[in-house]
Design a protein around this ligand. Structure first.
Ligand code: FAD
Ligand code: AMP
Length: 478
């Protein structure tokens, strides 16, 4: 007998698994189809984020930062020790355990919420039918009232540097090194390239980042990107801007990379090369020719502001649709879609999706940059507070960076919060909450912040917008 569900989700990443849980909570019979298997050949839910993305990269970032601190950051606290060593397989093994715990946690959540988990490759057919190809090759067709496509994305390959997952790796391979490469190349100074480059640099690799663009971190506020370039360079990342990789040749266990910059053609040799030039949507064998769902000119599934595709009852969310490729964006789209299937008028505020880069210092922002606002002709007031003036940051010996709050000069409404420094992601989230409720800089300035906290830097930056900061000389006078 043909199985039939109210909601069928294809893909169990942070978009798909959250959508499935939410749909089940709203009372729908729900199935989620996922094909990804771990190294042991077992179904692993959680998508890129839990298996080879957000979580494993943060596990390695945290381990490598602790090693770096143990080597260089303890003496100032009076902790004397010698001979700290790093067991790389143990670090990578810890990461694998975290991944296992979280992915099996999703399976538990599915059970707890009554989501039917189906292992296999899902393909949308005409008439909201979904074909599932099981691991044994058998094919089943299930029927759905509603389908949510959440197949995610995969790393972009570039012809000059074909990935072999040995010497030339993508982000997944870079999470699996069993020893520290002496000379590590990274193509692409985006979020993933900088995070993975930082991991291996902290463990002792000589890291060179080759970035085709002349501008560093173009999406960030210029004040933040300047500070980030300065600090990351000081930490030992050799970031070469305007360096476009044009070729590579693997010779045994090393690779000679050719790139062009302002001086012409250059070559450089690495022991490992990470290709981190972005990600592209996964739509291979996802849509039957007559299913009616269309792709846009860049290969993303075409959706409206509420993630509805061109076929009524079929939705698409996460990395496979327009917008930022972020786990929290995917999850919120999943919730919005489940709610809309229920008939609720849910919507998402795409203007307030925070961005984070988990380097040290952390980099995070929400809302618009000063440059973007000025280009739009918006007059702004800006308040900045350096962590060097924060008692809490001093106590932690972590004083690099600053908080920058940007407000509309006419209304004082906060339009952007940009942070580089300790706990930037958490501080920016406070800004995002305020901005969602239409906070003014004055409102933030009138709130009581615990002392001593890093959050006080946000408080002071908000006060500085109107020239009323207490713990720093005000550039703007009242
Ligand atoms: P995915 O997580 O890609 O999940 C899609 C799932 O669908 C996969 O499991 C796939 O196997 C499955 N699938 C695909 N096609 C089919 C099919 N036809 N049938 C069945 N199953 C199918 N984002 C952040 O917000 N914060 C971070 O710190 C962060 N760090 C990252 C670090 C790295 C190294 C990488 C690579 C990414 C990182 N991201 C981060 C991005 C984040 O992982 C993605 O934005 C997020 O996973 C997208 O979620 P998704 O549900 O759309 O797709
Ligand atoms: P992101 O999309 O944020 O992950 O960043 C990927 C980065 O890789 C972008 O800044 C691109 O400019 C950069 N990039 C893409 N192709 C090349 C190349 N051939 N050589 C160097 N950098 C590249």
């Amino acid at each position: 007998m043909t199985q039939k569900f109210d909601v069928v989700v294809i893909g169990a990443g942070p978009g798909g698994y959250v959508a499935a849980i939410k749909a089940a909570q709203l009372g729908f019979t729900t199935a989620c189809i996922e094909k990804y298997t771990d190294k042991e050949g077992k179904l692993a839910l959680g998508g890129t984020c839990l298996n080879v993305g957000c979580i494993p990269s943060k596990a390695l970032l945290d381990s490598s930062w602790k090693f770096h601190e143990a080597q260089d950051g303890f003496a100032i606290h009076g902790i004397n020790h010698a001979g700290v060593t790093m067991d790389v397989p143990a670090m990578v093994g810890r990461k694998a355990n975290i991944v296992k715990g979280l992915t099996s946690g999703v399976a538990t959540l599915f059970k707890a919420n009554g989501v039917t988990s189906i292992q296999g490759h899902g393909k949308l057919l005409a008439g909201k039918k979904v074909e599932v190809t099981k691991p044994d090759g058998s094919v089943e067709v299930i029927e759905a009232e509603n389908v949510i496509l959440a197949p995610g994305s995969r790393p972009i390959d570039i012809p000059p540097a074909p990935v072999d997952q040995n010497v030339i790796v993508d982000s997944t391979g870079a999470l699996e090194f069993q020893s520290v490469p002496k000379r590590l190349g990274v193509i692409g100074a985006g979020v993933i390239g900088l995070e993975l480059g930082s991991v291996w640099s902290r463990l002792g690799a000589e890291v060179t980042v080759l970035e085709a663009l002349d501008t560093f971190l173009m999406a960030a506020d210029t004040a933040v990107s300047k500070e980030a370039l300065k600090t990351l360079t000081k930490q030992g990342l050799d970031i070469k801007l305007g360096a476009r990789v044009t070729g590579s040749k693997v010779n045994g266990e090393e690779v000679v990379v050719t790139y062009t910059d302002a001086k012409g053609e250059q070559t450089i040799t690495f022991d490992k090369l990470i290709v981190a030039v972005g990600r592209r949507p996964v739509t291979t064998d996802l849509l039957a020719a007559d299913c009616g769902v269309t792709l846009d000119e860049r290969g993303f599934v075409h959706v409206d502001d509420h993630c509805a595709t061109t076929v009524p009852g079929v939705y698409a969310i996460g990395d496979v649709v327009r917008g930022m490729m972020l786990a929290h964006k995917a999850s919120e789209e999943g919730i919005m879609v489940a709610e809309r299937i229920k008939g609720h008028k849910a919507q998402m505020n795409y203007d307030l999706i925070p961005s984070v880069i988990y380097t040290h210092p952390e980099i995070a922002w929400v809302g618009k940059t000063e440059q973007a606002l000025k280009a739009e002709g918006v007059e702004v007031n800006v308040g900045t507070f350096p962590f060097a003036a924060s008692g809490r940051a001093m106590a932690a010996n972590d004083t690099g960076g600053f908080v920058k709050v940007i407000a509309d000069a006419k209304t004082d409404r906060v339009l952007g919060v940009h942070v580089i420094g300790p706990s930037a992601a958490e501080l920016v989230q406070q800004g995002a909450i305020g901005m969602e409720f239409g906070t003014s800089a004055e409102d933030l300035g009138m709130m009581v912040f615990s002392h001593p906290t890093l959050s006080e830097a946000l408080h002071e930056a908000a006060l500085a917008v109107n020239g009323t900061a207490i713990h720093i000389a005000n550039r703007k006078k009242r």
